[in-house]
Design a protein around this ligand. Structure first.
Ligand SMILES: Cc1ncc(COP(=O)(O)OP(=O)(O)O)c(N)n1
Ligand SMILES: Cc1nc(C(=O)O)sc1CCOP(=O)(O)O
Ligand SMILES: [Mg+2]
Length: 560
């Protein structure tokens, strides 16, 4: 399938649904295929409501485009996996999903009671109907129950090429029932893999694809990813959800050059039915919106982790494996539980905070500064533009959102909730004299990240009560970047970290000379350091960020 052409910039314009009377609206990011977004805000009953995000793009004056995934998969009557999971995952990610059904299964939380294959020529007819007419961006495959259906799909994709093909090589259901026999392996290898942009086998599937080799360690997964890559796909994700030897959920991504070990805490729950379908659909949805492959995979992994965590206690069915809630809405009985877990505390590892004065001094644009910091290893970025005019700030914030999305790095805005909403940033950072975090949460909704500056345990407790995601604690050392800032020292930092229920990032006067001492206070809540001048008041942002990233890596591996 085709590679993305990120230079493909389509003209776009605002679009509102008929029943939405916008109080204000912002078009977010028009660069990159399928990324134009419109946020509408309705003012009703004294409250501002963010209306569901409409993703639309206008190619000319008559056609509106919406990112579109076609799933080619089986129906699951229990609706935890298959076509039904794909539809829900795409809806949750804001992408249109059309469906070609390859088989109808009778299944529930106990297992698969029956399978009825759709005749090949009728699969072909469905494919032709959708692909010939509906501007599909990405095709994602799931259950392909016969070699004939694989051949039909291969033929249709040659006739109607799409931008990318995501192959989830489904063979066995999570309950252990066989959904595609061994004869399908040849079809995968010969027809689908050479045209696939990514293949996403679990351990059992990877083993079957490789003739039954045992896969028991992360090193085995790396070798498997490499061998499957040799079969033709551009990228491989070997999913280690079933890896007995690991406490984390560890997946191996291989792009033909580099291996990436993607780790997340394993969610202990019975409700895991449909995770494979959902992950692949979410990758497809992110690709349809314009993400690069690694970024799409990371977002998808995080989304599945959040959905599992969110649904870990829901009870549907009496069998061993239940479905989960793709829309993260069912659970609502504990503190903060109405919030999906979208924030990953490990993102605080190396936090770059921009400064307009410093960028001006060194003659660089904010976008160049942000790009260099990310390329040097920054894991989260905050735009702290105290002197910028609002209109200029909004324009650069939009450009930075686009850069950060492409790299899969969250972007927060300092102080300005209006700018964060208008550019669809990932969140805000507020201080003790800014808009209170509780109000920021109401305005931004449950999915945005909120950080709060705290110098004391009491402030840290309040930040948690207010629904913040993390705490910025400082000044650890004295700083020239923020006027009249009180220095709390390593002791003050430690006191906040020990009391905090939220993850903490240290800030204030931190650079290569003292970051080790900061991380070595050795308190679990401390997740990283935030830096302004040691990155941006230097000649090369890239080199300085690289240096500190390497030092932190070294420090954290020796602290563990
Ligand atoms: C990560 C992080 N921590 C603390 C701050 C300081 O925020 P605040 O107290 O609101 O001060 P200003 O940055 O607005 O001057 C921060 N920005 N980021
Ligand atoms: C923005 C900010 N907040 C602080 C706090 O103590 O909350 S210290 C600070 C400035 C950090 O800049 P530098 O890395 O150049 O010292
Ligand atoms: Mg502030």
């Amino acid at each position: 399938m085709g590679h993305y052409d990120r230079s493909q910039i389509l003209p776009s314009s605002l679009f509102f649904p008929k029943n939405c009377s916008p109080l204000s609206a912002t078009q977010v990011s028009s660069k990159g295929f399928g990324q134009s977004r419109v946020l509408g805000y309705l003012f009703a009953n004294s409250t501002i409501h963010q209306v569901p995000c409409i993703v639309a793009m206008q190619e000319d004056n008559t056609k509106l485009r919406i990112p579109h995934v076609l799933t080619v998969a089986g129906s699951d009557s229990g609706a935890g996996a298959g076509i039904q999971a794909d539809l829900k995952a795409c809806a949750a990610r804001g992408v249109y999903c059309s469906t070609v059904i390859t088989a109808v299964t009778a299944q529930n939380t106990i297992g698969v009671q029956g399978v009825n294959m759709v005749p090949e020529d009728f699969v072909a007819e469905q494919l032709k109907s959708v692909l010939s007419d509906m501007n599909v961006d990405i095709v994602k495959t799931g259950m392909l129950p016969s070699i004939g259906i694989v051949k039909v799909l291969h033929h249709c994709l040659k006739q109607f090429p799409v931008r990318a093909l995501v192959v989830d090589p489904v063979m066995v259901s999570t309950s252990g029932d066989v959904l595609a026999g061994p004869s399908i392996l040849a079809g995968f290898r010969e027809d689908l893999f050479p045209m696939a942009d990514i293949v996403t086998p679990n351990l059992k599937e990877a083993s079957a694809l490789l003739g039954g080799v045992q896969l028991e360690t992360v090193d085995d997964m790396r070798s498997a990813a490499k061998s499957i890559h040799d079969m033709g796909p551009r990228n491989v994700l070997v999913k280690g959800g079933d890896l007995a030897s690991s406490l984390d959920a560890v997946d191996i991504f291989f792009d033909g050059d580099n291996f990436y070990e993607l780790r997340s805490p394993r969610v202990r729950t019975r409700n895991t039915h449909g995770t494979g379908c959902t992950l692949a659909s979410c990758i497809a949805a992110e690709l349809a919106k314009g993400s690069l492959m690694l970024s799409a995979v990371k977002v998808a992994k995080r989304y599945v982790g959040s959905a599992l965590d969110y649904s870990k206690d829901i009870a549907i069915g009496n069998g061993l494996q239940g479905p989960f809630d793709h829309l993260l809405k069912l659970k609502s009985n504990v503190h903060n539980s109405c919030r999906p877990q979208v924030f990953d505390p490990s993102d605080l590892f190396l936090y770059a905070v921009t400064d307009s004065g410093m960028n001006k001094k060194w003659g660089r644009s904010i976008t160049d500064a942000v790009k260099a910091a990310i390329e040097g290893g920054a894991t989260i970025v905050q735009l702290r533009e105290k002197e910028a005019e609002t209109r200029d700030f909004l324009e650069s914030a939009k450009a930075c959102v686009e850069i950060c999305r492409a790299y899969g790095v969250p972007l927060l805005i300092n102080d300005r909730i209006d700018i964060a909403l208008a550019c669809d940033a990932d969140g805000v950072h507020v201080g003790q004299s800014d808009t209170p975090a509780s109000i920021a949460r109401t305005l931004l909704g449950p999915e945005k990240i909120i950080g709060v500056s705290c110098k004391t345990p009491e402030q840290a407790h309040q930040a948690w009560v207010d629904g913040a995601d993390y705490i910025g604690c400082g000044g650890v050392y004295s700083t020239n970047t923020k006027a009249n800032n009180i220095t709390v020292g390593l002791e003050g930092l430690k006191a906040v970290c020990l009391s905090s229920k939220l993850p903490v990032v240290a800030i204030g006067g931190i650079g290569v000379s003292n970051a080790r001492a900061v991380m070595e206070i050795g308190v679990a809540a401390l997740k990283g350091v935030a830096v302004v001048s040691a990155f941006f008041d230097r000649e090369s942002v890239l080199n300085e960020t690289r240096k500190l990233h390497a030092l932190l890596k070294e420090t954290t591996s020796s602290v563990k």
